[in-house]
Ligand binder design. Structure first.
Ligand SMILES: Cc1cc2nc3c(=O)[nH]c(=O)nc-3n(C[C@H](O)[C@H](O)[C@H](O)COP(=O)(O)OP(=O)(O)OC[C@H]3O[C@@H](n4cnc5c(N)ncnc54)[C@H](O)[C@@H]3O)c2cc1C
Length: 321
């Protein structure tokens, strides 16, 4: 095989790698994804996950990425095989949120302030809004199937170095999440540890997310017969073992908002490492005769940004952007 005949190499099979793989393969490119972990063992599989405003940098790019992703997820919600559905719910805070909402909130057709009666005890302001919720285990399966149906090849094999990657293909899309710290040697990438408790759904169909700067908050997202409960965010913590006291705290905070969660049967305790970085990195690097399109560092919003980032990464592959 000559170098130019090599498929585009995507590294990573979390939501970023799979979405980029789908966009590339459906555009007619030959694509190989190499991943160190099965899609179901990635951070992406642990996410809640909700499309919502992303307070990340660079702000103007992030606005574009969430906007494009909102359109895609809204369309996917009409496909019952996708794992995406539109759900109403509340985003609320224990402090006054004021009247200024992030610009992407304008995409939410029914956004309105909560009435005082709609706020749980201890909360002083919030918004009621219908947004896409993404059942990540199902959604990742959907992306894999769509990628393979478009002719994409998925290999479970870690990429030892960027030099190996460009030796395999002159065009590489790097979607390695927190793994970019080692693969790229980017010290700005760090883990922001999250933990979830998954319970059997006691009949909840609305989500709740506490808006907070603290590393401990209340959040729950229903996906059919399961509800995913959060949340915690601990910077620079690599520990992948669920901590019992953390699960107990999550459960207690969620049950204070929704008492039906207090006794719901626990199905799993999960840990995921959000890929923290000062700014999301979507850009081209010329590297040892090849081109690497980096797409990593999406923090706690990698699902919400995924389609927009994938479209931009693919424009960079094709030399359009
Ligand atoms: C508890 C929790 C809740 C969250 N909730 C939300 C939410 O509601 N909404 C939202 O938008 N986001 C949410 N997130 C954030 C979101 O999960 C991440 O931003 C997103 O999953 C990052 O996706 P990724 O594809 O970049 O990385 P990952 O999912 O980590 O995938 C990285 C991939 O790269 C592979 N890889 C790494 N190094 C190598 C290598 N050397 N060779 C080959 N493969 C390699 C890995 O095996 C993996 O396949 C949440 C995260 C957590 C932990």
């Amino acid at each position: 095989m000559t170098a130019s005949a090599a498929p585009v190499l995507v590294i990573g099979a979390g939501v970023q790698g799979l979405t980029a793989g789908v966009v590339l393969a459906e555009a007619g490119q030959r694509v190989r994804i190499r991943t160190a972990d099965r899609p179901q063992d990635t951070t992406s599989a642990v996410a809640g996950a909700m499309w919502g405003p992303a307070m990340l940098r660079p702000a103007e790019r992030v606005l574009y990425w969430v906007t494009r992703s909102h359109a895609e997820f809204s369309a996917l919600a009409r496909d019952e095989n996708s794992g995406v559905h539109l759900a109403a719910g509340r985003m609320a805070a224990r402090f006054d949120l004021g009247d200024v909402v992030p610009p992407e909130a304008k995409l939410i057709p029914d956004l309105r302030p909560c009435t005082p009666e709609e706020l749980p005890e201890g909360f002083v302001s919030g918004y009621y809004a219908t947004v896409p919720l993404i059942d990540m285990p199902r959604y990742l399966d959907y992306l894999v199937a769509r990628f393979q149906a478009a002719g994409g090849e998925l290999q479970l094999s870690p990429v030892p170095s960027l030099a190996d990657a460009v030796a395999e293909s002159p065009t590489v899309v790097n979607c390695t999440g927190v793994g970019a710290r080692e693969l790229v040697g980017d010290p700005g990438v760090h883990p922001v540890r999250g933990q979830h408790v998954v319970v059997r759904n006691p009949g909840i169909d609305e989500y709740f997310v506490e808006l907070s700067d603290s590393g401990e908050f209340a959040a729950y997202m229903p996906h059919g017969d399961r509800v995913v409960l959060g949340g915690v965010a601990v910077e620079h913590d690599w520990n992948m073992v669920p901590r019992r006291e953390v699960s107990e705290g999550i459960r207690r905070r969620c049950a204070e908002v929704e008492p039906r969660l207090a006794d719901a049967e626990v199905l799993a305790d999960l840990v995921g490492l959000r890929p923290g970085r000062e700014a999301v990195r979507v850009e081209v690097e010329e590297y040892e005769g090849g081109r690497i399109i980096h797409n990593y560092g999406h923090g706690g919003s990698g699902v919400a940004l995924s389609w927009g980032c994938a479209f931009e990464a693919v424009d960079l592959v094709e030399g359009i952007a």
